[in-house]
Unconditional design. Sequence first.
Length: 222
Amino acid sequence: MSSPSAPSAPSAPSYQDDGTVAVRRVIDSDNSCLFNAVGYVTSRSLKEAPRLRRVIADAVAGDTFTYTEGFLGKPNAEYCAWIMDSQHWGGAVELSILAKHHRKEIAAYDIQTQRCDVYGTGEGYSERVMLLYDGLHYDAMALTYEGAPPDMDITIVPSTGPEADAADAKARRVVAEAHAARQFTDTANFTLRCLVCQKGLVGEKEAVEHAKSTGHQNFGEY
């Protein structure tokens, strides 16, 4: 008769078993959603947009070698004035600068493609925050307990290891559900109208070309 095997030691609770789920925290659509979403996940503030715009303008003005007209799509000084205008949106350039400023990876999950772009990756940052992007708008993502109020949100997670993998898996479930519900804007094919000259445009590419050729920056969907 073989001797019974020794009982295995209980495993430590994993991040996946901690009872949290990923949730979407909706940010106001006020042309500063990227900045306020970053403010929420990094410092739990929804009033960071003016300060973060200044952080970006200062970073760009201070590095004219990197932030050239070819990189920015406009002259360095013009871009700095442009990003300080609360009517203008942010995107990849701004997220890369904010990741460096906060010394955290910023994981931006795209609902349409279900892709995750991580800004600040490879820089050795130990923490990560998560955003959700629908093609036009950024919301914040957090981990929380079912039914818990937003003030219990966990918005900063490790950037590597089992805890990071678990947070990513939970975030991707939110993304998949939003994708299935078609909660995104197809920016390659959506129709826009220039609210300055009323010209009809199709897709982000035409809007960008129109803005460059005319200086018009105010568009609306129709």
